[in-house]
Unconditional design. Structure first.
Length: 291
């Protein structure tokens, strides 16, 4: 459902894993992308989809709650692009009513570098975990939604994967412009450690960085395309840990299709997605009070 710029990538990768994909698309541009991507059929409304094994939702964030109600009515598993939606009450309702059929596409939970950080944290390779720091900044935003809704869900999903639970919001400050939270600094915590995040659509350059801080050193994923993690030990020694694997979008879609075939469920349940939405809403409220 949806075939915008990102939805075209979803269609491409679903085709790569062997799916026949019917696409709900309405705009001329979306129909063109669906046709060019090899859609088996293109329809304007959900009711015209016919029998399907599962649904992937890749529509604008502000439409997620309404579109998910339509998708869940088909009574098949649904995979929705992050975040689950942009309202905590809607998120809680969707999670409560989805009966284990709704999952969120948190692609960073499938990133090989994040898997390395999660393993270091779980195995205490660098001793006790203190916390996580993540930076996700860029110049501009092509989405209608602001940096908090578009960028922060990735970092909270990383917190979930590495620290084992969705971090809880404790403090936040940010820059607002015309009702948009264009820069957000947030401090969250979990039972295993703190999580400091920075997201912005007003930065001069693009940066994606995740740091795991532990008693005996730090492990750093320096960029979204990096295929290694740098470990800096407390004594000053450094080592490179390879983190090579499938691209995260393809990996998460493969996991969903495997689930449709009887495999284990993909990462990020609706309940976890709702917790991420709740955390973002709390960060926004804290940032508003800091103005």
């Amino acid at each position: 459902m949806g075939c915008g710029v990102w939805g075209a990538n979803v269609l491409r990768d679903l085709r790569l894993v062997g799916c026949d994909v019917r696409v709900v698309a309405r705009s001329t541009a979306s129909v063109g992308r669906a046709r060019g991507g090899g859609a088996a059929a293109i329809v304007r409304i959900v009711e015209e989809l016919g029998g399907v094994a599962g649904v992937v939702v890749a529509t604008p964030i502000e439409t997620h709650a309404v579109v998910l109600d339509e998708a869940l009515a088909l009574d098949v598993p649904v995979f929705v692009e992050k975040p689950l939606c942009d309202d905590a009450d809607d998120a809680a309702r969707l999670a409560a009513n989805s009966r284990g059929r709704l999952f969120v596409m948190d692609k960073w939970r499938y990133h090989p570098g994040i898997a390395v950080l999660a393993e270091i944290a779980s195995n205490r390779t660098l001793g006790r975990v203190h916390g996580l720091r993540s930076v996700r900044v860029q110049p501009g935003m092509r989405h209608r939604e602001d940096a908090a809704w578009v960028l922060a869900p990735h970092d909270l999903a990383i917190g979930l994967e590495v620290l084992g639970e969705v971090p809880r919001a404790r403090a936040a400050a940010g820059q607002w412009a015309d009702g948009r939270l264009v820069t957000l600094h947030g401090l969250l915590d979990t039972a295993r450690g703190w999580h400091a995040i920075e997201v912005s659509e007003r930065a001069p350059t693009v940066e994606r960085r995740v740091e795991l801080h532990c008693d005996e050193g730090a492990a750093v994923l320096g960029g979204g395309w990096d295929e290694h993690v740098t470990v800096r030990h407390a004594n000053g020694d450094a080592e490179r840990v390879e983190a090579v694997g499938e691209l995260p979008l393809l990996a998460e879609l493969r996991a969903f299709v495997s689930f449709l075939d009887g495999g284990p469920p993909p990462r990020s349940s609706a309940a976890e997605g709702a917790a991420i939405v709740e955390a973002i809403a709390a960060l926004r409220a804290l940032a508003a009070r800091s103005m």
